[in-house]
Design a protein around this ligand. Sequence first.
Ligand code: 3PG
Length: 307
Amino acid sequence: MRKILIATDKPFAASAVKSIRQVVDQSGYELRLLEGYTQKQELLEAVKEAEAIIIRSDIIDAEVMAAAPNLKIVVRAGAGYDNVDLKAATAHNVVVMNTPGQNSNAVAELALGMMVFQARGRFNGKSGTELKDKTLGIHAYGYVGKNIARIAKGFGMKVTSFDPFVDESIMVKDQVHPVKSVDDLYAENQYVSLNIPANDKTRNSIGFDLLSRMPKGATLVNTARKEVICEDGLMKMFAERQDFIYLTDVEPDCAAALKEQYPDRFFATPKKMGAQTSEANNNAGVAAAVQIVAFFEKGDVTFQVNK
Ligand code: 3PG
């Protein structure tokens, strides 16, 4: 019987685990569960017999793969797979997949939620501002970016986006104005939402030069990855621009300093929770299980990312 492991240090909603279990049971496979673990050793133990692993932001590196001699496939129930060592996976003949789009509405709702939270003075009872008629620039027009655009337009925001990998006609169809350069995106918008993945090209790419182009009173919202921000540049921006606001679902390493020095202009969720809804857990978790079954039963590698 094939052994499928869910390994999540940040557990799925119980309803999502139940749905995943149904898919796995129906296929005649066995589901094992490692949730809320705190030590890597627990993961190394749990993967020993696994042929497939469903993960979230859990780190799957060469050591984990070496500890899992039967492993054939890892599915990241989510979008970003920067937590999986793709080279090591390929070297171990392990297929890596993600489940694109499955949790994107949840992340988008959080991005807009943080904007409302800040615009309304974090619900302090004093007069705040509205999102209507404000400009929003979406940095990367993938699944999350598209959902942010849809919701932001509902708020009456003026939405633009920059994404060199997406045809402008797709944005135009969504009534989103395509911006020609990343510099323009930051210079022209009161709010900027960061939705780029973390990879060799994007790590540390959002620095002071770019941030300092933002207009007075600008707000940057990061529901993507902490690694894409240059933290020195961020600290400099806070120090030099008393009007700059940064809201993030991915705490930077310098979070404690920012919280202490700029409590009104910096906000970070205590744990990355953009995708932390039962709907997103269910969508991404079940998609992962279905992809695993399709891989074993039909050799389907549609969502493979280490080709
Ligand atoms: C993703 O890449 O899908 C999101 O960042 C969500 O990550 P999480 O599953 O660890 O919450």
